[in-house]
Write a protein that binds this ligand. Structure first.
Ligand code: SF4
Length: 479
């Protein structure tokens, strides 16, 4: 390749805005219902939303109550070739409809039931489609598996960074060492161990990681959420996500009543706020409909969390608007540091006023942190760690099914519950691609409406022929 061509490529790679991404964002904004076009709405302004896979490896070797997978999920063979082909096809749809860049979850049953080579190949397929993948696991994993994931058969590193979401809560049964956790606190050593495995990957193989912590919330554990935030917040996860349970998936796993005032969105968010030691303003940045998602962005210094922006300060809101307007095309997670520096320099060259915006924000943030905390941080040589709090509330299949059917017919529901369901589906932040129809569906529709038939078909396509593995509440050993 000639020097000129190299320069052209470098120029393209460090472009702060990609016209295709800009066009995808404009489409996304245009498709959003009026109700969610709020000042803080990030969809269509900063990102196109989150994506996920479906119908790839539905089986899991832990037992959750509730479980969002359909009855047939554990009767489908985990098949690496099927996963790679399907994910490739699904990512093509997402790439076409949602543009060149997005975060996507490699999600099904338990991702580490995939052989490491297939898992790694699938992540690379997702990246080739411009997706930044996150593997969803129950967290009961081994160092050996992670080594074989990030290193190829030749022992050389094939993944430079990985992203995992670990699901930990006391309603999951069969975890090695603690098959029936008595409470959330008893899982803290396992949460710590999970983080430690990725710290080792960084030390020994130079592999960077981003970790999320997921927890389902029901009346059985809602009162423990605040303590989980206090204990897990400083552990090393980059995101703590809480999901109030919905009636979705296998109804044999719907143990007890999931509803009640104490597990509504306000009550769960209040628990998160209590754990974070402060009010969390989820209107500063919104991701879709706030009845589905609440998000608060900030960072830990030591064991104290600080918000990135103060919703009561107009200067901070102006900073948010400047970020939406000028930094949405950067692609922070997927861009190598040298290219990132050049991209930011090019943004500043075009909009030098951003320097003053950034300096003002930094000064206000340092004031919020306070001199004493700053001195402690400098003395202990610890760095700020970005941590995002999330609450995502899936909807019950019983509401999603009729609401979606009406939407397909172009009908708007009169019933208030179905109307709300339709509004939330129309603003969905979390989509899945269907290669057969070339369309996207919200994850609520996928899990609540489409998964049962899809998994029944998969059971015929990928029958379990050898050593049959059934989930009975105690985890079987992986082979
Ligand atoms: S998957 Fe369901 S709950 Fe989640 S954002 Fe989409 S519509 Fe809302």
């Amino acid at each position: 390749m000639g020097v000129l061509e190299r320069l052209r490529r470098w120029g393209r790679a460090t472009r702060p805005t990609d016209p295709e991404f800009t066009a995808a964002m404009a489409r996304r904004w245009a498709e959003l219902p009026e109700t969610v076009r709020t000042p803080g709405q990030a969809l269509g302004r900063f990102a196109v939303g989150c994506e996920g896979t479906h119908g790839v490896f539905p089986a899991c070797d832990l037992a959750c109550t509730p479980c969002y997978h359909s009855r047939d999920a554990n009767r489908v063979r985990v098949d690496g070739a099927h996963t790679r082909e399907q994910v490739d096809a699904q990512m093509s749809v997402l790439r076409r409809l949602r543009g060149p860049r997005a975060h996507a979850q490699l999600i099904g049953g338990e991702v580490t039931l995939l052989p490491p080579d297939d898992h790694a190949a699938t992540l690379l397929i997702m990246r080739a489609h411009g997706r930044e993948p996150m593997s969803m696991t129950h967290g009961d994993i081994d160092d050996d598996y992670l080594d074989r994931l990030v290193l190829g058969p030749d022992g050389r590193r094939r993944l430079h960074r990985v992203s995992f979401a670990g699901h930990f809560d006391s309603m999951m049964f069969g975890r090695r060492g603690i098959p029936r956790p008595p409470d959330e606190a008893s899982l803290h050593p396992y949460r710590r161990q999970f983080v430690a495995r990725f710290e080792r990957l960084s030390r020994e193989h130079g592999v960077r990681s981003f970790l999320a912590h997921n927890m389902t919330v029901t009346p059985a554990n809602v009162s423990e959420v605040a303590e989980v935030v206090r204990a897990v917040g400083p552990m090393g996860f980059g995101m703590l996500s809480f999901q109030p349970a919905a009636y979705v998936g296998d109804d044999r796993r719907w143990h007890g009543d999931f509803r009640g005032a104490d597990v509504g969105p306000d009550a769960v968010w209040a628990q998160i706020e209590s754990g974070a030691g402060q009010r969390l303003d989820y209107r500063i940045v919104e991701n879709g409909d706030v009845r589905c998602n609440r998000t608060a962005y900030g960072f830990y210094l030591g064991d104290r969390w600080y918000p990135l922006l103060d919703g009561a300060d107009p200067r901070d809101l102006a900073t948010r608007d400047a970020v939406f307007a000028h930094l949405s095309g950067i692609g922070f997670a997927a861009t190598p540091v040298p290219a990132l520096v050049v991209k930011l320099a090019r943004v500043l060259a075009r909009h030098p006023g951003l320097l003053a915006v950034a300096a003002g924000w930094l000064a206000r943030t340092l004031r919020r942190v306070g001199a004493r905390s700053l001195l402690r941080t400098v003395a202990s040589r610890s760095w700020p760690r970005p941590v995002t709090f999330v609450m995502h509330q899936f909807m019950d299949a019983a509401a999603v099914e009729p609401a979606w059917a009406m939407m397909q017919r172009g009908e708007t529901a009169d019933d208030p519950r179905l109307r709300e369901t339709q509004e939330r589906l129309a603003a969905c932040h979390y989509a899945m691609g269907h290669p057969d129809t070339g369309t996207l569906v919200p994850a609520c529709v996928q899990h609540g409406v489409l998964d049962p038939a899809a998994n029944a078909a998969l059971r015929r396509l990928l029958p379990i022929v050898e050593a049959r593995r059934t989930i009975t509440g105690t985890r079987t050993e992986k082979t």
